[in-house]
Write a protein that binds this ligand. Structure first.
Ligand code: AP5
Length: 217
């Protein structure tokens, strides 16, 4: 399966990508995670990327495309992958399609996880992530057994810097302007299923699996 998960910030793309990756045994490829790894290296490129991310804006396409292309060339992605947060605009989608075509591949399906803007702010403000294994929690909806500690590996949980409310509002604006047009793009190609992101993560996962079955029919 070569799948794209689309949706606004906080819609649950990462949560669902982790669950589906475990179910299917293929990697989750999250452009945000790839960028955060570059930022941690503290190079000039990392500092440049961090500036865009802290403002809630998209990082320039060339850097993101390079990181994603390198990741997709790794051995574990040969049997399929789940793209989470990429592509983010029509130009990235076209470059992705062209890159896959060059190696005789194509995307199979695209799922858009839909969530109203007011829910986005609630979800993001409560998100906590494990600094060690990247497991995700929410202080209200998916709390860890012990506050601030990962259930899976005991790592410390942190809040992302771009999850401040003002930055989240900018990210929502950027989503509507740059990313939402991808729904029409993939809809025209007959590859898109839209799924309601409101509800428990396991309910949303069931909806995604059902929508993927319907797309196949
Ligand atoms: P990125 O890291 O991709 O962030 P995002 O798209 O804004 O998405 P999030 O990670 O915030 O949310 P999510 O949908 O994955 O939700 P999650 O599962 O975490 O991008 C960050 C920045 O990097 C961008 O702003 C940009 O600057 C840059 N960037 C990234 N990709 C780029 C690209 N392709 N091009 C250019 N720039 C790029 O869930 C959120 C919270 O809700 C969690 O706490 C979770 O536990 C909880 N939750 C999840 N599902 C549910 C549920 N069903 N019910 C209740 N709570 C839930």
């Amino acid at each position: 399966m070569r799948l794209v998960l689309l949706g606004p910030p906080g819609a649950g793309k990462g949560t669902q990508a982790q669950a589906l990756a475990a179910l299917w045994g293929i990697p989750q490829v999250a452009s945000g995670d790839l960028l955060r790894a570059v930022v941690r290296e503290d190079t000039e490129l990392g500092r440049e990327a961090a500036g865009y991310m802290e403002r809630g804006q998209l990082v320039p396409d060339e850097l993101v495309l390079k990181l994603v292309a390198e990741r997709l060339q790794k051995k574990d992605a040969r049997g399929g992958f789940i793209l989470d947060g990429f592509p983010r605009n029509v130009a990235q989608a076209e470059r992705l399609a062209a890159g896959l075509e060059r190696v005789g591949l194509k995307l199979d399906k695209v799922v858009a996880v839909m969530l109203p803007d007011e829910e986005v702010v609630k979800r993001i403000s409560g998100r906590r992530t494990c600094e060690n294994c990247a497991a995700m929690y929410h202080v209200v909806f998916e709390p860890p057994a012990k506050a601030g500690v990962c259930d899976k590996c005991g790592g410390a949980l942190y809040q992302r810097e771009d999850d401040a409310e003002q930055t989240v509002r900018e990210r929502i604006k950027v989503y509507h302007a740059a990313t939402r047009p991808l729904l029409d793009h993939y809809g025209r190609l007959g590859m898109l299923a839209k799924v309601d992101g409101v509800g428990r993560p396991d309910e949303v996962e069931k909806r995604i699996l059902a929508a993927l079955d319907r797309l196949a029919a």
